[in-house]
Design a protein. Structure first.
Length: 586
């Protein structure tokens, strides 16, 4: 292992996770572990668990988990190296010389670049805003007048205009910025015609981060030519701007929360909807900019309010990806409600046609997420159809979907919706409860259900070895279809070769970008092998599955070689021996 890896291990040994997290949160002992309210999502009942023995934390509300470094990194909103520096200072451990020179220099350079990019975006926003009020900006002002946005709204959102392809590059050069930096932060674009404004000829809407810093821009086409290249266009993704992690107007929602209570947020699709809603008095509107909602966006939202209303158009709201985004919000501890805007109008159009009070009534009529899911199910499987054959064909599919939805609810909500499903389908509540319990694995939304038996076995085996089960070991690397499994098994085999004991918390260091579901497969091995208990017999079964899979792969390779060289008697002999071995093991 490298000096850096050894430093990380010492850092963790000298920074007990309970002591570190206890300096940030109020921890209360619960059996052998400690509990607190999760700092990464809004919750009233503590579900954040800290395990001193394994030196890890896990929130059973939002699924977030990690080691002591990851906690500091997330809580302090800092980089991995900065988190290590905080913990090193706390324990009085010097940073490795190589890391302090190399990593700190890289960190300094990244911060320096970030400051430059922020400065470029800030100056670009000023340029666009001034251009909006210039002679060439009349087309933009006419469009804004048509949308009925007033001057106060224009100023609040920093709306601007890009007059042509050359003026912005010249302006930024005059401010001392290099073309390379301007291109890398997304505002300029390299073309065969030279370096040009990436959003020339468009109405400009600056995109801000939570701290109120401009990080990117959206452009709305104003004539046939620009619209033909996309009605809406963003500057390219950069180190400042990753679209799936950002929410338009999140800075304004944050300001609103600081000024007064923010009882709810409304998530819409586009910039113009947010701007129209703000002007109509709805200050807690943000836009996902056309992307499915993500875990990072859920975290931003949960910092501002406990309740989120989803207001997408009719087509988008019925898409599976949109429902999955709502589930992400639900798992983050947010109360999710779904609005339906009549006449297939977007929020901006509806407010203009019927007024703000009518839109507020739509908010009051919004459906809880379970009701919305049941409505989608009935749309897909019309169980209320007067056609008996159609109803009978639809019922099993509706029931399966409804049971899956019911399984995700708490006991109180589950009881309520079992009654609702019973009345809708004609099945008794007792029958639905029995069906719910007997089909638990079938309807579970856990990622384990999507894994092959062999992959389940690999997670189970890795979990047993990491947990230090005495019977658990492995001699060679299995077939790994994911980077996560590959890295974990490389680590396990490296520890075996060095005679060292592997540690569960090292997976967060080795796989910082892995999903919470992948970490859960290691932390909860009883769920990774068809809910069987962690024991030697189950481990042996899983190891056998892994071995057979690898042998079958070798057999396929041999068969391909035989196909290319059918007269090779040696290959035929090997194939026979291998097939017999598979039969004997299997």
């Amino acid at each position: 292992m490298t000096d850096w890896t050894e430093f990380i291990q010492q850092l963790k040994r000298d920074n007990d996770i309970v002591d570190v997290i206890g300096s940030y949160l109020e921890l209360r002992r619960s059996g052998s572990n400690f509990m607190a309210r999760c700092p990464f999502h809004g919750e009233k009942t503590p579900s954040f668990n800290v395990n001193r023995n394994m030196q890890i934390y896990k929130c059973f509300g939002c699924g977030e988990s990690g080691d002591v470094i990851k906690f500091v990194q997330k809580y302090e909103s800092c980089t991995f190296v900065e988190a290590c520096e905080i913990l090193a200072k706390r324990a009085g451990i010097p940073m490795p010389e190589t890391a302090s020179d190399g990593e700190k220099e890289q960190l300094h350079e990244r911060k320096k670049k970030r400051d430059i990019y922020l400065a470029i975006c800030r100056e670009t926003a000023r340029f666009y805003y001034r251009a909006y009020y210039g002679g060439a900006g009349k087309i933009a002002r006419d469009y804004v007048a048509k949308r009925e946005f007033d001057e106060a709204t224009v100023k609040k959102f920093g709306i601007g205009y890009s007059p042509d392809s050359r003026s912005l590059p010249e302006y930024l050069r005059s401010k001392g910025f290099s073309e390379e930096d301007c291109i890398k932060c997304g505002v300029l674009q390299q073309t065969t015609r030279g370096v040009v404004d990436a959003l020339c000829g468009r109405l400009i809407i600056p995109i801000f981060n939570m701290q109120g810093q401009v990080i990117a821009f959206g452009g709305r086409g104003l004539d046939d030519y620009t619209i033909s290249h996309g009605k809406y266009k963003n500057t390219t993704e950069t180190s400042l701007f990753v679209k799936k992690d950002c929410l338009f107007a999140i800075n304004i929602a944050k300001e609103q929360k600081q000024q007064t209570a923010l009882p709810y947020l409304v998530v819409v699709e586009g910039y113009m909807d947010v701007i129209a809603m703000y002007q109509a008095g709805f200050k807690g509107a943000v836009a996902s900019m056309g992307t499915s909602l993500t875990e990072q966006q859920a975290k931003w939202l949960s910092r501002l309010s406990d309740t989120v209303y989803i207001c997408y158009d009719g087509d988008a709201a019925g898409q599976k990806a949109t429902v999955r985004g709502m589930d992400i919000l639900d798992r983050a501890g947010l109360e999710v409600r779904v609005m339906t805007v009549p006449e297939r109008l977007d929020p901006d159009e509806y407010i203009k046609k019927y007024g703000a009070s009518a839109f507020e009534e739509l908010i009051g009529q919004a459906m809880p997420l379970p009701d919305y899911k049941l409505q989608l199910l009935e749309n897909a499987f019309p169980i209320s159809s007067g056609d008996i054959t159609q109803r009978n064909n639809a019922l099993p599919k509706y029931i399966k979907g409804a049971l899956k939805m019911l399984k995700s609810l708490d006991d109180v909500s589950q009881a309520r919706y079992i009654t609702s499903v019973s009345l809708k389908t004609g099945y008794s509540e007792d029958f639905l409860r029995r069906k719910l319990n007997s089909t638990e694995e079938e309807i579970s939304d856990n990622t384990t259900d999507e894994l092959s038996p062999e992959d389940k076995a690999k997670y189970f085996v890795a979990a047993c070895i990491l947990r230090g089960e005495g019977y658990a070991s492995i001699d060679e690397k299995p077939v790994c279809n994911t980077v996560f499994l590959s890295v974990i098994y490389d680590y396990l085999l490296e520890c075996r070769a060095k005679g060292e004991k592997p540690s569960v918390d090292m997976m967060y260091t080795l796989c910082p970008d892995a999903s919470s579901e992948q970490f859960a497969e290691i932390l909860e091995p009883n769920l990774s092998a068809d809910r069987r208990a962690v024991n030697e017999r189950t481990f042996a079964e899983c190891k056998r599955l892994i071995t057979v899979e690898k042998l079958k792969l070798k057999r396929e390779e041999l068969m391909q070689q035989i196909k290319n060289d059918p007269s090779n008697a040696g290959l035929l002999t090997q194939l026979g021996e291998l097939s017999k071995k598979i039969t004997d093991i299997g």
